[in-house]
Design a protein around this ligand. Structure first.
Ligand code: PAF
Length: 312
């Protein structure tokens, strides 16, 4: 059943059968389909994914589902921001043509805890975020595989902000032969460099200011590489120093990895592409960010790192 909802008039589908039928009908009429999976609390990062999908596809489905399977921490799930009416307005304004908003029982009829078939992306899903949040990527991979199965042939849009997630879903689409082209889209940043994230809404003003330490740490790692540092441990220690100087931040990891499989880089002399990763807790929120050191530095990150943070 496709029902327009709220002031925006965006058609909203609540059932798996409804979504599958809606997108199959669109394809039968020759339309190309774009899928933007989200957990709601839409911000500029999501809107950039929708805009890209709108530019490349005739029909754009935005899914809004806070997936319990990917939360190890009940408190994190309980506090995850929810704003459905605003989300529908934002998605409609960005050009989405349908929203998929299922209940938990629709996605997991036996309950998320009783799923007997789940998807696990070995190695890639076990490192970094996977190590810090056991089971997280199994939850992401499982719900994304379900969304891919429902949507059918399409392009699916994910942000580079969650770089490991992008790698995991790209891998699962390939390994399981989903007829889905996974498209990675650049991170959208605040003027001080902080990556847009739904979790930023939970930061106090002091914590919000402190959170800019993540992009500063990435910038410091990038600067070290530009200065000719080829030892990953030294690049990482520059990033660590920056985070450790911020009293409100608690570092989880700062790493220089091979972009292809996110394994730790042995030496920069081995050749890239590489990726800088950082994760830290700021107040009640765990934040992550990453940077491609091989591309032009995003304008927000080019602003500079104070001299003492550069190890000068
Ligand atoms: O990035 C997210 O919002 C979620 O992990 C996703 C991809 C929608 C799966 O629940």
């Amino acid at each position: 059943m496709v029902a327009p909802k709220g002031a925006c008039g965006l058609p909203v589908v609540a059932t798996v059968a409804g979504l599958t039928r809606h997108l199959a009908d669109a394809r039968a009429q020759g339309a190309s389909v774009g899928l933007v999976p989200t957990m709601g609390a839409l911000h500029a990062g999501h809107l950039s994914l929708i805009a890209r999908a709108v530019a490349e596809c005739d029909v754009v489905a935005v899914s809004i589902f806070v997936n319990p399977l990917q939360f190890g921490d009940a408190d994190d799930l309980a506090h995850y921001p929810r704003a459905l009416d605003t989300d529908l307005d934002l998605a409609a304004t960005a050009g989405a043509t349908v929203a998929f908003v299922p209940a938990v029982e629709e996605m997991y009829p036996d309950g998320p805890g009783d799923m007997t078939t789940t998807v696990s992306v070995r190695d890639l899903g076990d490192r970094w975020e996977g190590a810090s949040r056991p089971g997280h990527f199994d939850g992401v991979a499982t719900v994304v595989a379900k969304l891919f199965a429902m949507a059918g042939p399409c392009r699916a849009y994910f942000g580079e902000k969650d770089f490991q997630q992008l790698a995991v879903v790209s891998r699962l689409a390939r390994d399981l032969s989903f007829p889905v082209e996974v498209v990675g889209c650049p991170t959208v940043r605040e003027p001080d460099g902080l990556a847009r994230s739904s979790r930023n809404a939970r930061l106090s003003p002091e914590e919000r200011a402190a959170a800019a330490v993540l992009p500063r740490a990435l910038r410091a790692g990038f600067d070290a590489m530009v200065e000719g540092e080829y030892r990953p441990a030294m690049v990482e220690s520059r990033m660590v120093q920056v985070v450790e100087r911020e009293p409100l931040a608690r570092l989880d990891y700062a790493a220089l990895v091979r972009a292809v499989d996110l394994s730790p880089a042995a030496s920069l002399l081995d050749g890239g592409p590489f990726r800088l990763l950082v994760a830290a807790r700021v107040g009640p929120v765990r934040l992550i960010d990453n940077l491609d050191p091989g591309e032009d530095l995003p304008a927000e990150l080019a602003a500079g790192v104070p001299a003492q943070e550069r190890g000068a």
